[in-house]
Design a protein around this ligand. Structure first.
Ligand code: AMP
Ligand code: MG
Length: 418
């Protein structure tokens, strides 16, 4: 098998920015937003922590039993043979045994019950012989068996969650275990977006000849919703200088980030470029990637601006590769390393050298148990089903000139992305 390793240092075609260069330029434009709010923990799922969470208590708060069994003193157990201990009471989770276990005694104990004073070890009920008030226990038990120690999960004073951490279901449970009802998180990012194009109609309208339905606002709605941002959908804006200028101004006044799709191709609708030059500092890039070559990026007043390409697959590819990491950074979210796998492709993949391809694929598990990747078929930047049928990007480096079936390729699962 031949390996096709992505080479981020491969020189892009003349005049084109490499994917890595574009990422670095975007990173230099990004600033974490101001603004923090205190939320009940249930409402804080998927939000970015704006504080360090320090444990104010020990979790668990006291030594307790990991098993249903008998709490006793390890020193009472024999080196060999059996010993008979006197059963003096019961300890339930939530109802501790009030007394103390003395030499020669034991207490029946349930999972989660506090270890009674005097006892240091729990023997599973399956490993003893209980006969009325007598409990017979054999040799070979380790001291402290089946005891969960106080503070073993979280110790008082311990840093449990760092600022910048995006709260998961497990974290809500962790906060609840600490008895915390509220937590400080960053405010939501406000993202305004609109589509540009005279040919576009919205769902609910009737198509005339030459018109198509606007799909980009819907994919953007979906991707942005998953990120938990506040959405400001400004609709479809005609290819008209004044309408475009007004829309850019409105969007920049109300949002932290402005996203548009369409109208950034070379030679087309120059007034988009003119308007952006008037209103902000925006660069028009041609990125050595497929799909999604044209991308405008910069500042529109205080807002960060991305002018995404018009083609539906290009919108999604550029969003995931450039916009999403930038939004995470603005939200103050610590960046996890990109999750990619190296898997054999089941089918040959066609590609011309020059640009990094983000082809759409599906993961499949063969009868041998090995994970592989398949192409979703037609890869045109207008073929949106190539995206909806996919569960991963197949990333082919700029210098790659096609891949044979069985070769290893770099795969970026959507599951790690969204
Ligand atoms: P543009 O960059 O404006 O030239 O658009 C490139 C291609 O994407 C054209 O075929 C457009 O019709 C198409 N396109 C632009 N915006 C959208 C949209 N919002 N939904 C679907 N297709 C679009
Ligand atoms: Mg257009």
């Amino acid at each position: 098998m031949t390996e096709t390793r992505p080479d981020p240092c491969a020189p892009p075609k003349a005049g084109l920015l490499s994917v890595e260069e574009a990422r670095a330029k975007i990173a230099s434009l990004v600033q974490v937003i101001e603004g923090v709010e205190q939320l009940p923990i249930r409402a804080a799922l998927n939000r970015v922590l704006a504080q360090e969470v320090i444990s104010g208590i020990d979790v668990p708060p006291s030594d307790n039993s990991a098993m249903d069994g008998y709490a006793l003193r390890i020193a009472d157990l024999p080196a060999e043979g059996e010993v008979a201990l006197q059963l003096i009471g019961k300890a339930y989770a939530g109802t501790p045994f009030a007394g103390e276990v003395a030499a020669g005694q034991c207490v029946r104990i349930m999972t989660g019950a506090m270890i009674p004073r005097g006892a240091d070890t729990v023997i599973m009920q399956e490993q003893v012989r209980a006969e009325g008030e007598q409990v017979r226990v054999g040799a070979g038990h380790a001291p402290g068996s089946n005891v969960r120690r106080a503070g073993e999960d979280m110790a008082r004073g311990e840093a449990v969650l760092p600022p910048g951490h995006c709260l998961t279901p497990a974290d809500l449970g962790v906060l609840a275990s600490l008895g915390l009802g509220e937590v400080r998180v960053r405010r939501r990012l406000r993202v305004a977006f609109f589509s540009t194009g005279d040919e576009l109609r919205s769902v609910g309208e009737t198509l005339q000849e030459g018109q198509i339905y606007d799909s980009n606002r819907y994919t953007l709605h979906g991707m942005l919703t998953r990120l938990g941002v506040e959405l400001l959908d400004l609709g479809v804006i005609r290819d008209d200088r004044d309408a475009i200028r007004q829309a850019f101004q409105d969007a920049a006044a109300m949002a932290d980030v402005v996203l548009t799709s369409g109208g950034v191709s070379v030679g087309e609708a120059d007034y988009v470029k003119q308007t952006l030059d008037e209103l902000g500092q925006v660069d028009f890039w041609r990125i050595a990637m497929k799909p999604g070559k044209p991308l405008a990026c910069g500042r529109l007043g205080p807002a960060l601006f991305f002018g995404l390409p018009g083609n539906p697959v290009s919108v999604m590819a550029t969003f995931y590769q450039f916009v999403q990491p930038a939004l995470h950074a603005m939200m103050g979210q610590a960046q996890a390393p990109a999750t990619t796998l190296r898997l054999p492709t089941e089918t040959a993949l066609r590609k011309a050298p020059g640009r990094t391809d983000f082809q759409r694929g599906r993961l499949v598990r063969g009868s041998d148990g090995q994970l592989r990747v398949n192409s979703t078929g037609l890869q045109g930047s207008h073929v949106l089903t190539s995206m909806s049928r996919a569960d991963c990007f197949i990333i082919l480096p700029a210098d790659c000139a096609g891949v044979e079936a069985g070769e290893l390729v770099e795969v970026q699962p959507f599951a790690g992305l969204i």
